[in-house]
Design a binder for this molecule. Structure first.
Ligand code: SF4
Length: 227
């Protein structure tokens, strides 16, 4: 019993430490909901596929030029029936080596951000707009996004999340079919066929701009509220 209490206190300390690191001094007094913006077009696909079928259909994909330089296809991972799906841009070096999304430094920050709203990685589903690492971590190109998009669309359709958190410009713009900058998209809640889409900054951007963590915390509180 004593040991369990000590573990709980240690967990709580780590959690508070993270919040302090994010610049948060008080814990979630939830604010009124952001205005929802309906988006008329895209996802999800109507086909009712299981994730395994989507992975099988993707196979050893060579549908775009990224197949020539990748080590592994990073399909995505997490709870197949997650209420929250997080979608980033594409795999980086660590992800390409391990075949798992968000496992590098930015991924570790994402894990801590999730922990701040009391979620473990295995309670959510994490994927990317493109599933193969672009050479030198360059931005994904339109033809690559176009080739990979149907599979992300099918993943969304299979998981049917309640909320999608779009991490960074490419994820937000691809999901919302807009070319608006992430700075203008974040802070809003979009609705795509009943799925709430919440754009926020990519954890890699947060590593370079730690002063933006407070805004991400606001977005996380919104997610918590909607969940
Ligand atoms: S990025 Fe997507 S479409 Fe291109 S090769 Fe990889 S899995 Fe296929």
């Amino acid at each position: 019993m004593k040991q369990k209490t000590a573990e709980i206190i240690a967990d709580l300390k780590a959690h508070l430490e993270y919040l302090r690191e994010m610049g948060i001094e008080t814990f979630p007094a939830l604010e009124p909901s952001a205005k929802e913006v309906p988006v008329s077009s895209p996802p999800p696909a109507s086909e009712d596929l299981a994730l395994e079928q989507v992975r099988a259909e993707l196979g050893d994909c060579r549908r775009c030029k990224l197949h020539k330089t990748r080590r592994t296809i990073v399909f995505g991972e997490g709870d197949k029936k997650a209420k929250l799906m997080l979608i980033g841009e594409g795999p980086g070096y660590d992800e390409d080596v391990q075949g798992r999304p968000f496992v590098g430094k930015a991924g570790q920050l994402l894990t801590r951000i999730l922990q701040a709203i009391r979620l473990d990685r295995d309670q959510v589903y994490i994927a990317n707009v493109i599933k193969c690492r672009p050479p030198m971590n360059r931005n994904p190109e339109p033809d690559e996004i176009k080739a990979c998009w149907p599979f992300l669309e099918k993943q969304i359709s299979a998981i049917q999340p309640k909320i999608i958190c779009a991490l960074g410009t490419f994820a937000a713009q691809t999901l919302l079919r807009m070319d608006t900058k992430i700075t203008a998209l974040r802070g809003k809640v979009f609705d795509i066929n009943g799925i709430k889409v919440i754009p926020t900054y990519h954890p890699a951007y947060l590593l370079r701009n730690p002063d933006r963590k407070k805004e991400v915390w606001e977005d996380m509180k919104r997610i918590l509220e909607l969940l």
